[in-house]
Design a protein around this ligand. Structure first.
Ligand SMILES: [Ca+2]
Length: 454
Protein backbone atom coordinates (compact mmCIF):
# COMPACT_ATOMS: atom_id res chain seq x y z
CA UNK A 1 0.00 0.00 0.00
CA UNK A 2 1.03 3.59 -0.45
CA UNK A 3 1.05 4.35 3.24
CA UNK A 4 3.54 7.00 4.27
CA UNK A 5 3.23 6.25 7.96
CA UNK A 6 6.87 6.34 9.04
CA UNK A 7 8.29 3.60 11.21
CA UNK A 8 9.46 5.09 14.44
CA UNK A 9 13.12 5.75 14.93
CA UNK A 10 13.06 3.39 17.90
CA UNK A 11 11.59 0.64 15.74
CA UNK A 12 14.34 1.13 13.19
CA UNK A 13 17.11 1.17 15.79
CA UNK A 14 15.75 -1.91 17.53
CA UNK A 15 15.25 -3.87 14.35
CA UNK A 16 18.66 -3.00 12.93
CA UNK A 17 20.39 -3.76 16.20
CA UNK A 18 18.58 -7.09 16.48
CA UNK A 19 19.49 -7.92 12.91
CA UNK A 20 23.13 -7.00 13.39
CA UNK A 21 23.36 -9.09 16.57
CA UNK A 22 21.52 -12.03 15.07
CA UNK A 23 23.61 -12.08 11.93
CA UNK A 24 26.89 -11.04 13.50
CA UNK A 25 27.29 -8.44 10.78
CA UNK A 26 29.89 -5.73 10.56
CA UNK A 27 28.54 -2.19 10.34
CA UNK A 28 29.56 -1.89 6.72
CA UNK A 29 30.96 -4.27 4.17
CA UNK A 30 33.93 -6.20 5.38
CA UNK A 31 37.26 -5.49 3.71
CA UNK A 32 38.20 -8.10 1.17
CA UNK A 33 34.64 -9.28 0.54
CA UNK A 34 33.30 -8.49 -2.88
CA UNK A 35 29.55 -9.02 -3.26
CA UNK A 36 27.87 -9.44 -6.61
CA UNK A 37 25.60 -6.66 -7.80
CA UNK A 38 22.45 -7.12 -9.85
CA UNK A 39 20.77 -3.89 -10.91
CA UNK A 40 17.43 -4.25 -12.67
CA UNK A 41 16.06 -1.01 -14.12
CA UNK A 42 12.58 -0.90 -15.59
CA UNK A 43 11.84 1.72 -18.21
CA UNK A 44 9.02 4.18 -17.54
CA UNK A 45 7.52 2.07 -14.74
CA UNK A 46 5.23 4.25 -12.63
CA UNK A 47 5.14 4.53 -8.83
CA UNK A 48 1.85 2.62 -8.65
CA UNK A 49 2.42 0.04 -11.39
CA UNK A 50 3.31 -2.96 -9.20
CA UNK A 51 1.50 -4.80 -6.43
CA UNK A 52 3.75 -3.86 -3.51
CA UNK A 53 3.18 -0.19 -4.38
CA UNK A 54 -0.58 -0.59 -4.31
CA UNK A 55 -1.49 -1.78 -7.80
CA UNK A 56 -4.48 -4.14 -7.72
CA UNK A 57 -4.66 -4.96 -11.44
CA UNK A 58 -1.16 -5.90 -12.54
CA UNK A 59 -0.05 -9.19 -11.01
CA UNK A 60 3.56 -8.85 -9.87
CA UNK A 61 4.20 -11.72 -7.44
CA UNK A 62 7.96 -11.73 -7.99
CA UNK A 63 8.47 -8.06 -7.25
CA UNK A 64 6.09 -8.35 -4.31
CA UNK A 65 8.17 -11.26 -3.00
CA UNK A 66 11.36 -9.26 -3.54
CA UNK A 67 9.81 -6.55 -1.40
CA UNK A 68 8.86 -9.09 1.30
CA UNK A 69 12.39 -10.43 1.23
CA UNK A 70 14.01 -7.02 1.21
CA UNK A 71 13.64 -3.29 1.77
CA UNK A 72 11.11 -1.20 -0.13
CA UNK A 73 11.63 2.55 -0.61
CA UNK A 74 8.65 4.92 -0.63
CA UNK A 75 10.72 8.03 -1.39
CA UNK A 76 13.16 6.95 -4.10
CA UNK A 77 13.70 9.19 -7.11
CA UNK A 78 14.97 8.84 -10.62
CA UNK A 79 17.55 11.58 -11.20
CA UNK A 80 15.59 12.75 -14.22
CA UNK A 81 12.01 12.44 -15.46
CA UNK A 82 13.13 10.86 -18.77
CA UNK A 83 15.43 8.01 -19.82
CA UNK A 84 18.94 9.18 -20.78
CA UNK A 85 19.50 11.70 -17.97
CA UNK A 86 18.69 9.16 -15.25
CA UNK A 87 20.95 6.57 -16.88
CA UNK A 88 23.82 9.06 -17.03
CA UNK A 89 23.44 9.78 -13.31
CA UNK A 90 22.96 6.11 -12.49
CA UNK A 91 26.21 5.01 -14.09
CA UNK A 92 28.40 7.90 -12.93
CA UNK A 93 27.01 8.77 -9.49
CA UNK A 94 26.89 12.38 -10.67
CA UNK A 95 24.22 14.86 -11.70
CA UNK A 96 23.51 14.32 -15.39
CA UNK A 97 23.56 18.11 -15.83
CA UNK A 98 27.34 17.98 -15.42
CA UNK A 99 27.40 15.90 -18.63
CA UNK A 100 24.93 18.09 -20.47
CA UNK A 101 22.53 15.13 -20.68
CA UNK A 102 19.21 16.62 -19.66
CA UNK A 103 17.03 15.31 -22.50
CA UNK A 104 16.53 11.88 -24.10
CA UNK A 105 19.29 11.10 -26.60
CA UNK A 106 17.73 10.76 -30.06
CA UNK A 107 18.84 9.69 -33.51
CA UNK A 108 22.58 10.36 -34.08
CA UNK A 109 22.78 11.54 -30.50
CA UNK A 110 26.19 11.66 -28.92
CA UNK A 111 26.53 10.32 -25.42
CA UNK A 112 29.14 9.06 -23.00
CA UNK A 113 31.81 8.66 -25.70
CA UNK A 114 32.18 12.44 -25.93
CA UNK A 115 32.66 12.82 -22.21
CA UNK A 116 35.38 12.23 -19.68
CA UNK A 117 33.26 10.25 -17.24
CA UNK A 118 33.96 7.09 -15.24
CA UNK A 119 31.10 4.62 -14.99
CA UNK A 120 30.39 2.29 -12.11
CA UNK A 121 31.14 -0.56 -14.52
CA UNK A 122 34.65 0.86 -15.07
CA UNK A 123 35.30 1.24 -11.36
CA UNK A 124 34.13 -2.29 -10.66
CA UNK A 125 35.89 -3.88 -13.61
CA UNK A 126 39.17 -2.36 -12.49
CA UNK A 127 38.55 -3.94 -9.10
CA UNK A 128 38.17 -7.39 -10.65
CA UNK A 129 34.46 -7.54 -11.42
CA UNK A 130 33.02 -9.05 -14.57
CA UNK A 131 30.54 -6.52 -15.90
CA UNK A 132 27.55 -7.29 -18.14
CA UNK A 133 24.77 -5.14 -19.54
CA UNK A 134 21.70 -6.74 -21.11
CA UNK A 135 19.03 -4.38 -22.36
CA UNK A 136 18.70 -0.72 -23.25
CA UNK A 137 21.72 1.60 -23.22
CA UNK A 138 20.34 4.99 -24.35
CA UNK A 139 23.58 6.83 -23.60
CA UNK A 140 24.61 7.49 -27.17
CA UNK A 141 24.57 5.68 -30.49
CA UNK A 142 28.04 6.46 -31.85
CA UNK A 143 30.77 3.78 -31.82
CA UNK A 144 32.62 5.46 -28.93
CA UNK A 145 29.40 5.53 -26.88
CA UNK A 146 29.04 1.74 -26.84
CA UNK A 147 28.91 0.18 -23.36
CA UNK A 148 31.98 -1.95 -24.13
CA UNK A 149 33.98 1.31 -24.11
CA UNK A 150 32.49 2.32 -20.77
CA UNK A 151 33.44 -0.51 -18.49
CA UNK A 152 31.20 -3.34 -19.65
CA UNK A 153 32.77 -6.62 -20.69
CA UNK A 154 29.64 -7.82 -22.45
CA UNK A 155 26.65 -6.09 -24.02
CA UNK A 156 23.51 -7.54 -25.56
CA UNK A 157 20.63 -5.29 -26.32
CA UNK A 158 19.90 -1.94 -27.92
CA UNK A 159 21.58 1.45 -28.09
CA UNK A 160 18.45 3.40 -29.04
CA UNK A 161 15.22 3.74 -27.15
CA UNK A 162 11.76 2.58 -28.21
CA UNK A 163 12.46 -0.29 -30.54
CA UNK A 164 9.97 -2.86 -31.85
CA UNK A 165 9.95 -5.57 -29.15
CA UNK A 166 9.91 -8.33 -31.78
CA UNK A 167 11.73 -7.08 -34.91
CA UNK A 168 14.14 -4.88 -32.88
CA UNK A 169 13.81 -2.12 -35.49
CA UNK A 170 14.09 1.35 -34.00
CA UNK A 171 11.98 4.43 -34.75
CA UNK A 172 14.20 5.31 -37.68
CA UNK A 173 13.96 1.91 -39.38
CA UNK A 174 17.32 0.57 -38.21
CA UNK A 175 18.01 -2.87 -36.78
CA UNK A 176 19.13 -2.22 -33.23
CA UNK A 177 19.85 -5.53 -31.52
CA UNK A 178 23.51 -5.85 -30.71
CA UNK A 179 26.18 -8.06 -29.31
CA UNK A 180 28.92 -5.72 -28.12
CA UNK A 181 29.66 -3.37 -31.06
CA UNK A 182 28.05 -5.53 -33.79
CA UNK A 183 24.44 -5.58 -34.95
CA UNK A 184 23.29 -9.16 -34.35
CA UNK A 185 19.62 -10.03 -34.69
CA UNK A 186 18.11 -12.46 -32.22
CA UNK A 187 14.63 -13.89 -32.52
CA UNK A 188 12.41 -13.12 -29.57
CA UNK A 189 10.58 -10.58 -27.44
CA UNK A 190 12.87 -8.01 -25.80
CA UNK A 191 12.00 -8.81 -22.20
CA UNK A 192 12.56 -12.54 -22.80
CA UNK A 193 15.88 -12.04 -24.61
CA UNK A 194 17.21 -9.70 -21.95
CA UNK A 195 16.21 -12.13 -19.19
CA UNK A 196 17.75 -15.14 -20.95
CA UNK A 197 21.09 -13.32 -21.31
CA UNK A 198 21.02 -12.09 -17.72
CA UNK A 199 20.39 -15.60 -16.42
CA UNK A 200 23.17 -17.02 -18.61
CA UNK A 201 25.56 -14.33 -17.35
CA UNK A 202 24.86 -15.32 -13.74
CA UNK A 203 25.55 -18.95 -14.59
CA UNK A 204 28.76 -18.13 -16.48
CA UNK A 205 30.21 -15.90 -13.77
CA UNK A 206 28.88 -17.46 -10.59
CA UNK A 207 32.34 -18.13 -9.16
CA UNK A 208 33.75 -14.60 -9.21
CA UNK A 209 32.34 -11.16 -8.43
CA UNK A 210 30.08 -9.69 -11.08
CA UNK A 211 28.08 -6.58 -11.82
CA UNK A 212 24.98 -7.41 -13.82
CA UNK A 213 23.10 -4.40 -15.17
CA UNK A 214 19.68 -5.27 -16.58
CA UNK A 215 18.09 -2.14 -18.06
CA UNK A 216 14.84 -3.53 -19.45
CA UNK A 217 13.11 -2.01 -22.47
CA UNK A 218 9.80 -2.56 -20.73
CA UNK A 219 7.47 -0.82 -20.21
CA UNK A 220 8.56 1.94 -22.62
CA UNK A 221 6.56 2.36 -25.85
CA UNK A 222 5.97 0.92 -28.41
CA UNK A 223 3.48 -0.85 -26.17
CA UNK A 224 3.74 -4.48 -27.33
CA UNK A 225 3.20 -7.76 -25.55
CA UNK A 226 4.78 -11.14 -26.37
CA UNK A 227 1.58 -11.97 -28.30
CA UNK A 228 2.08 -9.13 -30.81
CA UNK A 229 3.71 -9.81 -34.17
CA UNK A 230 6.53 -7.49 -35.28
CA UNK A 231 5.19 -4.37 -36.99
CA UNK A 232 8.29 -2.42 -38.02
CA UNK A 233 10.48 -3.27 -41.00
CA UNK A 234 14.02 -2.19 -41.81
CA UNK A 235 14.14 1.07 -43.78
CA UNK A 236 10.73 2.29 -42.56
CA UNK A 237 10.24 5.53 -40.70
CA UNK A 238 8.31 5.12 -37.48
CA UNK A 239 9.12 8.43 -35.85
CA UNK A 240 5.44 9.25 -35.89
CA UNK A 241 2.37 7.93 -34.11
CA UNK A 242 3.49 4.42 -34.97
CA UNK A 243 6.45 4.84 -32.68
CA UNK A 244 3.93 4.28 -29.89
CA UNK A 245 2.99 0.81 -31.10
CA UNK A 246 0.26 -1.11 -32.88
CA UNK A 247 -2.52 -0.78 -30.24
CA UNK A 248 -5.16 1.90 -29.98
CA UNK A 249 -6.11 0.88 -26.45
CA UNK A 250 -3.02 0.18 -24.39
CA UNK A 251 -4.50 -0.84 -21.03
CA UNK A 252 -4.25 -4.60 -21.55
CA UNK A 253 -0.91 -4.55 -23.33
CA UNK A 254 0.73 -2.44 -20.60
CA UNK A 255 -0.56 -4.90 -17.98
CA UNK A 256 1.02 -7.77 -19.92
CA UNK A 257 4.29 -5.86 -20.24
CA UNK A 258 4.43 -5.20 -16.50
CA UNK A 259 3.72 -8.87 -15.81
CA UNK A 260 6.46 -10.04 -18.23
CA UNK A 261 8.85 -7.67 -16.48
CA UNK A 262 7.85 -9.19 -13.16
CA UNK A 263 8.47 -12.71 -14.49
CA UNK A 264 11.93 -11.58 -15.56
CA UNK A 265 12.70 -10.51 -12.00
CA UNK A 266 11.51 -13.93 -10.83
CA UNK A 267 13.79 -15.72 -13.29
CA UNK A 268 16.81 -13.65 -12.30
CA UNK A 269 16.10 -14.31 -8.59
CA UNK A 270 15.66 -17.99 -9.42
CA UNK A 271 19.07 -18.07 -11.10
CA UNK A 272 20.72 -16.49 -8.05
CA UNK A 273 19.09 -19.07 -5.78
CA UNK A 274 19.92 -21.97 -8.08
CA UNK A 275 23.61 -21.05 -8.06
CA UNK A 276 23.78 -20.42 -4.32
CA UNK A 277 24.41 -16.70 -4.80
CA UNK A 278 21.54 -15.24 -2.77
CA UNK A 279 23.65 -14.25 0.21
CA UNK A 280 26.52 -12.99 -1.92
CA UNK A 281 24.39 -10.74 -4.10
CA UNK A 282 22.92 -7.30 -3.56
CA UNK A 283 19.96 -6.88 -5.90
CA UNK A 284 18.35 -3.52 -6.58
CA UNK A 285 15.25 -2.88 -8.66
CA UNK A 286 14.04 0.53 -9.79
CA UNK A 287 12.70 2.54 -12.73
CA UNK A 288 14.43 5.24 -14.80
CA UNK A 289 11.53 7.70 -14.52
CA UNK A 290 7.84 7.85 -13.67
CA UNK A 291 5.10 6.39 -15.85
CA UNK A 292 3.16 7.97 -18.66
CA UNK A 293 -0.50 8.16 -17.77
CA UNK A 294 -1.45 9.52 -21.17
CA UNK A 295 0.58 10.26 -24.24
CA UNK A 296 -0.70 13.36 -26.04
CA UNK A 297 -4.24 11.97 -26.01
CA UNK A 298 -3.30 9.43 -28.67
CA UNK A 299 -4.39 6.27 -26.89
CA UNK A 300 -7.48 4.94 -25.26
CA UNK A 301 -6.99 3.69 -21.74
CA UNK A 302 -4.59 4.59 -18.98
CA UNK A 303 -0.97 3.73 -19.56
CA UNK A 304 0.81 3.72 -16.18
CA UNK A 305 -0.43 4.18 -12.66
CA UNK A 306 1.56 6.75 -10.71
CA UNK A 307 -0.45 6.16 -7.56
CA UNK A 308 -1.28 9.39 -5.69
CA UNK A 309 1.42 11.40 -7.44
CA UNK A 310 0.90 14.49 -9.58
CA UNK A 311 2.16 14.46 -13.13
CA UNK A 312 3.87 11.87 -15.27
CA UNK A 313 7.05 11.09 -17.20
CA UNK A 314 8.80 14.34 -18.31
CA UNK A 315 7.43 16.33 -15.31
CA UNK A 316 9.37 17.60 -12.31
CA UNK A 317 6.29 16.84 -10.21
CA UNK A 318 6.61 13.60 -8.23
CA UNK A 319 4.87 11.56 -10.93
CA UNK A 320 7.82 12.26 -13.20
CA UNK A 321 10.55 11.04 -10.90
CA UNK A 322 9.36 9.25 -7.75
CA UNK A 323 9.68 5.58 -8.66
CA UNK A 324 9.51 2.10 -7.16
CA UNK A 325 12.76 0.87 -5.61
CA UNK A 326 13.42 -2.41 -3.82
CA UNK A 327 16.69 -3.65 -2.33
CA UNK A 328 17.30 -7.30 -1.51
CA UNK A 329 20.25 -9.10 0.03
CA UNK A 330 19.33 -12.09 2.20
CA UNK A 331 21.35 -12.12 5.40
CA UNK A 332 22.36 -8.47 5.03
CA UNK A 333 19.21 -6.45 4.44
CA UNK A 334 16.36 -7.10 6.86
CA UNK A 335 13.32 -8.63 5.26
CA UNK A 336 9.94 -7.04 4.80
CA UNK A 337 10.97 -3.52 5.83
CA UNK A 338 9.83 -0.25 4.31
CA UNK A 339 11.96 2.89 4.42
CA UNK A 340 10.77 6.46 3.97
CA UNK A 341 14.28 7.83 3.52
CA UNK A 342 14.78 9.85 0.36
CA UNK A 343 17.34 8.50 -2.08
CA UNK A 344 18.11 8.94 -5.78
CA UNK A 345 19.48 6.95 -8.68
CA UNK A 346 22.85 8.69 -8.41
CA UNK A 347 23.26 7.20 -4.92
CA UNK A 348 23.75 3.72 -6.34
CA UNK A 349 27.29 4.29 -7.66
CA UNK A 350 28.68 5.43 -4.29
CA UNK A 351 26.81 2.57 -2.61
CA UNK A 352 28.40 -0.01 -4.92
CA UNK A 353 31.84 1.56 -4.45
CA UNK A 354 31.52 1.32 -0.69
CA UNK A 355 30.29 -2.29 -0.77
CA UNK A 356 33.10 -3.30 -3.13
CA UNK A 357 35.70 -1.55 -0.95
CA UNK A 358 36.62 1.00 -3.63
CA UNK A 359 37.56 4.53 -2.61
CA UNK A 360 35.37 7.11 -4.34
CA UNK A 361 37.03 10.11 -6.05
CA UNK A 362 37.88 12.93 -3.63
CA UNK A 363 35.53 15.90 -3.45
CA UNK A 364 37.93 18.15 -5.41
CA UNK A 365 38.43 15.54 -8.15
CA UNK A 366 36.94 16.23 -11.59
CA UNK A 367 34.98 12.97 -11.21
CA UNK A 368 33.72 13.68 -7.69
CA UNK A 369 30.37 12.06 -6.98
CA UNK A 370 27.17 13.92 -6.19
CA UNK A 371 25.33 10.88 -4.86
CA UNK A 372 25.64 9.52 -1.34
CA UNK A 373 25.95 5.89 -0.27
CA UNK A 374 22.67 4.48 1.03
CA UNK A 375 24.37 1.68 2.96
CA UNK A 376 23.29 3.03 6.36
CA UNK A 377 19.66 2.90 5.20
CA UNK A 378 20.10 -0.58 3.75
CA UNK A 379 21.89 -2.25 6.63
CA UNK A 380 21.32 -0.15 9.72
CA UNK A 381 17.91 1.41 9.21
CA UNK A 382 19.50 4.81 9.83
CA UNK A 383 18.49 8.14 8.39
CA UNK A 384 20.54 9.69 5.59
CA UNK A 385 22.29 12.97 6.42
CA UNK A 386 20.02 15.86 5.43
CA UNK A 387 20.78 17.19 1.97
CA UNK A 388 19.26 19.32 -0.74
CA UNK A 389 18.75 17.71 -4.14
CA UNK A 390 17.80 19.10 -7.53
CA UNK A 391 15.81 18.12 -10.58
CA UNK A 392 15.79 19.94 -13.89
CA UNK A 393 14.49 19.30 -17.39
CA UNK A 394 13.54 21.65 -20.23
CA UNK A 395 13.73 24.68 -17.94
CA UNK A 396 11.45 23.14 -15.28
CA UNK A 397 13.20 22.85 -11.95
CA UNK A 398 12.61 21.34 -8.55
CA UNK A 399 14.47 21.47 -5.25
CA UNK A 400 13.95 18.99 -2.44
CA UNK A 401 15.04 19.47 1.16
CA UNK A 402 13.54 17.25 3.87
CA UNK A 403 9.78 17.16 3.37
CA UNK A 404 9.82 20.40 1.37
CA UNK A 405 9.81 20.61 -2.38
CA UNK A 406 9.95 23.72 -4.51
CA UNK A 407 8.61 23.22 -8.03
CA UNK A 408 9.49 26.01 -10.42
CA UNK A 409 8.08 25.49 -13.88
CA UNK A 410 9.41 27.53 -16.78
CA UNK A 411 7.62 30.91 -17.03
CA UNK A 412 5.68 30.32 -13.79
CA UNK A 413 6.04 31.41 -10.19
CA UNK A 414 7.71 28.84 -7.97
CA UNK A 415 5.47 26.66 -5.80
CA UNK A 416 6.18 24.97 -2.48
CA UNK A 417 4.79 21.66 -1.26
CA UNK A 418 5.13 19.74 1.99
CA UNK A 419 5.37 16.18 0.71
CA UNK A 420 4.79 14.43 4.04
CA UNK A 421 1.35 16.07 4.23
CA UNK A 422 0.73 16.48 0.53
CA UNK A 423 2.34 13.80 -1.61
CA UNK A 424 0.04 14.83 -4.47
CA UNK A 425 1.53 18.36 -4.62
CA UNK A 426 -1.84 20.09 -4.52
CA UNK A 427 -1.42 22.66 -1.76
CA UNK A 428 1.00 25.45 -2.72
CA UNK A 429 2.51 26.92 0.45
CA UNK A 430 4.96 29.32 -1.22
CA UNK A 431 3.36 32.49 0.17
CA UNK A 432 3.37 31.24 3.76
CA UNK A 433 7.06 30.29 3.66
CA UNK A 434 8.83 33.07 1.83
CA UNK A 435 12.07 32.78 3.84
CA UNK A 436 12.36 29.07 3.01
CA UNK A 437 11.60 29.82 -0.65
CA UNK A 438 14.50 32.28 -0.73
CA UNK A 439 16.82 29.68 0.76
CA UNK A 440 15.77 27.04 -1.77
CA UNK A 441 16.17 29.48 -4.66
CA UNK A 442 19.65 30.42 -3.47
CA UNK A 443 20.58 26.73 -3.25
CA UNK A 444 19.20 26.15 -6.74
CA UNK A 445 21.18 29.03 -8.29
CA UNK A 446 24.36 27.83 -6.59
CA UNK A 447 23.78 24.29 -7.84
CA UNK A 448 23.14 25.50 -11.38
CA UNK A 449 26.34 27.53 -11.35
CA UNK A 450 28.22 24.42 -10.26
CA UNK A 451 26.75 21.80 -12.61
CA UNK A 452 26.55 24.11 -15.64
CA UNK A 453 30.18 25.21 -15.25
CA UNK A 454 31.68 22.79 -17.77
CA1 LIG B 1 12.40 5.84 -19.36
Amino acid sequence: MLSRKPLTRRHFLQSSLTAALALGLPKTSGAGTKPNFVLIVADDLGYGDIGCYGNRINRTPNLDLMSQEGLRFTDFHANGPVCSPTRAALLTGRYQQRMGIEEPIGNQGAGLGELDEITIASYLRKAGYTTGIFGKWHLGTQPSDNPIHHGFSEFRGHLYSAQDYQSHINRWGMMDWRHNDKVEFEQGYNTHLITRRAVQFIKDHKDKPFFLYVPHSAIHFPWMSPDDPPYRKEGGNYDSLLKLGPHEDVTDVVKKMVEELDKSVGEIMGALKAHGLDEKTFVFFTSDNGGYRHYAGLHRGEISDNGPLRGQKTDVFEGGHRVPAIARWPGRIKTGEVTHEMALTMDLTPTYLELAGIEPPLSDDAHALDGASISSVLFEGKAMAERTVFFRKSGDRAVRRGPWKMVWLKNHSPMLFHLDNDIGEQNNLAEQHSALMEKLKTALFKWEQDVDAR
